[in-house]
Ligand binder design. Structure first.
Ligand code: FE2
Ligand code: FE2
Length: 202
């Protein structure tokens, strides 16, 4: 899979262009439209909260690349790459897209920055030991979601940001524990994040 992608989409050194080209070639128009919005928001949040904006933008550009793969094949693909697949990920394979994004970031674009790779990997849920960079990418992805229109929590989350990154991440995780979030299944990383931020699990 990776050698094929590398030969068909050799990196040019321009990550904005490369990511857009890869997504376009796979017909992922929704993600393609979502990425520049998340990248802009990640840069903005990074600047506001003292996080390196270039690292935040890079992670944002890379975070949903795993979405080029079909959900039905994600579990087998992960196993073939030597990645673990949790029972929750078997049930909701879409949850694997972030792990696959991390692989593509590393293998296709040569990203070596462990902090950027971590922010990509945990952008959906956060985890037990989040960094400010992780929080920036997580929050940018939530503020600029890919479900069309303005997310129902947008105003409240924007207000929560006045209390800082951690407070906003906690607020978002608490919202994700409400019925309104219509969570398909709580991923183990999400449970770990709830515990870390002191959010009662539903
Ligand atoms: Fe995602
Ligand atoms: Fe996303």
């Amino acid at each position: 899979m990776l050698p094929d992608l590398l030969s068909r989409f050799p990196p040019t050194g321009n990550l904005v262009y490369d990511v857009d080209t890869l997504l376009a070639a796979h017909g992922r128009e929704r993600i393609r439209e979502h990425i520049p919005r998340v990248a802009r928001e990640a840069r903005r949040l990074a600047g506001r909260f003292g996080v390196n904006p270039d690292r935040a933008e890079a992670a944002a550009l890379l975070h949903d690349l795993g979405g080029i793969f079909e959900w039905g094949g994600m579990a087998d693909l992960c196993l073939s790459l030597g990645l673990s697949v949790e029972p929750e990920e078997r049930q909701v394979p879409m949850l694997l897209h972030a792990k696959l994004s991390e692989v593509l970031a590393r293998e296709l674009y040569g990203v070596k920055d462990a902090g950027v790779l971590q922010a990509v990997r945990f952008h959906t849920t956060l985890h037990s030991a989040p960094t400010p960079l992780d929080e920036v990418v997580f929050l940018a992805d939530k503020l600029e979601w890919d479900q069309g229109g303005v997310p129902p929590y947008h105003a409240d989350l924007t207000r929560a940001l006045d209390g800082g990154l951690q407070a906003a991440a906690r607020w978002m995780l608490a919202w994700m524990a409400t019925p309104e979030a219509r969570l398909l299944i709580p991923h183990p990383d999400l449970k770990a994040a709830w515990a870390h931020y002191g959010v009662p699990a539903p």
